[in-house]
Write a protein that binds this ligand. Sequence first.
Ligand SMILES: [Zn+2]
Length: 352
Amino acid sequence: MDHDEPTKRPIGLPPESGAPPDPVDVPWIDAHQHTQSLTWNDREKFDLSGGEAAVMIAAGYYWTPYRPVRPEHVRFLWDDALRRAAAFTHRHFYDQYVAVGVHTWSHVEDADELLAALPEYCDHDRVVAVGETGIESTHHTSQWPLDGQRDVVREQMHVARETGLPVLVHTPGSSKGDVDPRESHSYEEGNRNFTEPLLDAETAKRDAVEMDVELADEAGLADEQVVIDHVDGDVVPYLMETTNCRLSFTVGAPWLRGVDARDVADAVEEYGPDRILVDTDLIGAMRCDPFAMKRTILDLLRLGVPREDVRKVVYENPKAVLDLRHSVRAAKASSSAVSQWVSRSSSETSAG
Ligand SMILES: [Zn+2]
């Protein structure tokens, strides 16, 4: 017999038998998604896959009717996100939070009106971040010159400093305007409606990130409150070696961004997990996977990333940077426990 098994011929067992892997009980918090564009079925998948909290970006210009965008359109989106967040938390098992800001993805006229209202929104219980915002190279239909973008991004970083919230910094390079033709059917906007790039496509992400870091410095915002989002290999060494910013890998649409668990694993191995987050940027306007966080957890474990490091990048780090210690659900649970106790004791009293 040329094999160790009692079987007549080899049956191709895995090289080592032994205990199966431990159950995957790692919860997750997604710091960046466009939850309002998803469905109940998608949000149920967050419940099913260990989601504890998610941050909905309030301003997504897909849903504003006109270009340039007017402040009242953005206000509508902010208010709508707050309203929906309450409904989502009420009917699902994860906590829905909101990030409020002026996205630079299409020109917003009179953005000062929004910036004046922003600090008050930042005081709202559900608002846990400013953003997404950040220097962008291509725009939806209506270009926003760099100087104007700088002003609006800097001012939001200033609001973040004043209110103590982190800022979620959008960075270019999600292929808007140059989606691979083989994939453009997967994105409702495809390659349409985008303005000519303001930055050299080869270096746009790095150039924009350098500007964003400079703007945070000008606003006096601590690096610890700056989450540079949609990072990839073009910016990771620069950010890790010259700043103390947080870096978030967006894994929700690898076909678009070219980023997945392997990039996260490489960064954790090279730099350690302490400043790394994973988010999805899920959006209903393109093919995306509501199980992306859970699948990434599984992939990171398969790639050999230590369990405690996986937990850090998908859960502990977003929880810390978003300061979610006082969760909406914890508050809700204690108030409903009180109301149940009150109604029970009052019915006991009336029965007696
Ligand atoms: Zn986004």
